[in-house]
Write a protein that binds this ligand. Structure first.
Ligand SMILES: Nc1ncnc2c1ncn2[C@@H]1O[C@H](COP(=O)(O)OP(=O)(O)OP(=O)(O)O)[C@@H](O)[C@H]1O
Ligand SMILES: [Mg+2]
Length: 305
């Protein structure tokens, strides 16, 4: 059974169409990762699902359906936490809004802090946000999200601002909560290596469209789309220093650009004339694995891999 279904979602602003045609679903207890460069439409897609689109962005067409409640965790907890509220009270707001008594809500907040691995939770519940480390603040945000008992947790780059050790701990936490609660997760990051540690399936977005989607191991080991291949080449290996990082030459098109063909054609080393003029169809390249590229067909998939 799907907990989330997104069907041909298209989002518009005054200047353009940052999300053009996005369809995917998330099963019960499944984590789906969304990756793509800055501006590819990851956050807007999540915000549309959570019903918190920023001012100036609207749903043009398409729809989404969530079977249960959703809750969202953002990149920077300090912008979401209330600086004038002790973190326990902040978490307790969720149960309070659902009619739970004040005392029970506070008890629930301490339970949730325990569940997300905050040490000494009863004391920490009385702390102010600025007294906590970045990692603990993000755990508080996750606890606040869990307070609404979501069927699906929508995570928008929740670990990007953290150092790698704390990042790894939070990824492990999200994975544990998914398993223990049977909760579904959508995990957004610009970093494919991060996403692949929590997601069973990965969606690759480029310029407001899904260009490839499939099981995580297929995406990592048999990427079909030249853009996914470039993203994988850009993941630094253990022996590489940050300065050696391979980046993809060029920049993605602006959301206002009118592109008839493949949005990646201008940067694609394999692009042909058709790529510049005709929107590539999405084709199956394996079980549950699809890509939108003129050069990919089920039969000649090996050519690109
Ligand atoms: N509030 C807004 N008003 C108008 N346009 C917006 C707004 N927010 C985003 N956009 C447009 O939508 C595009 C996609 O934005 P989005 O935040 O979804 O990207 P993203 O994939 O999350 O990128 P990042 O990795 O930088 O977070 C932006 O490049 C911008 O053109
Ligand atoms: Mg974003």
């Amino acid at each position: 059974m799907n907990v989330l279904t997104v069907d041909h979602l298209r989002l518009g602003t005054e200047h353009g169409v940052p999300v053009k045609d996005v369809s995917f679903s998330v099963g019960e207890g499944e984590c789906v990762g969304i990756v793509g460069e800055s501006g590819s439409g990851k956050s807007l897609t999540l915000r549309a699902i959570a019903g918190v689109l920023p001012v100036g962005v609207r749903v043009v067409s398409g729809e989404h359906d969530v079977n249960g409640r959703s809750a969202m965790v953002f990149q920077e907890p300090m912008t979401t936490l209330n600086p004038t509220m002790r973190v326990g009270e902040f978490i307790a707001e969720g149960p309070r809004a659902r009619g739970v008594s004040k005392a029970d809500s506070v008890r629930r907040a301490v339970e949730l802090l325990t569940e997300v691995g905050v040490p000494d939770p009863a004391t920490r519940a009385r702390a102010w946000p600025h007294q906590l480390s970045g990692g603990l603040r993000q755990r508080v945000m996750i606890a606040a999200a869990l307070a609404v008992e979501p069927a699906i947790l929508l995570c928008d780059e929740p670990t990007t601002a953290l150092d790698t050790t704390v990042q790894a701990q939070l990824l492990a936490l999200v994975d544990r909560l998914r398993v223990e609660r049977g909760m579904s997760v959508v995990f957004v990051s610009h970093n494919l290596a991060v996403v692949s540690r929590v997601a069973q399936r990965v969606i690759v977005m480029y310029a407001g469209r899904i260009v490839e989607a499939g099981p995580t191991s297929e995406i990592l080991h048999h990427p079909a789309h030249p853009y996914t291949q470039a993203l994988i080449a850009a993941i630094p290996t253990e022996n590489e220093r940050a300065g050696d990082l391979t980046t993809i030459a060029g920049a993605p098109p602006d959301a206002s650009a009118l592109i008839e063909g493949c949005s990646f054609a201008a940067r694609c080393p394999l692009a042909q004339e058709t790529c510049r003029t005709v929107l590539p169809p999405t084709v199956e390249v394996g079980r549950g694995h699809a890509a939108a590229c003129h050069l990919v067909t089920p039969a000649d998939r090996e050519v690109l891999v």
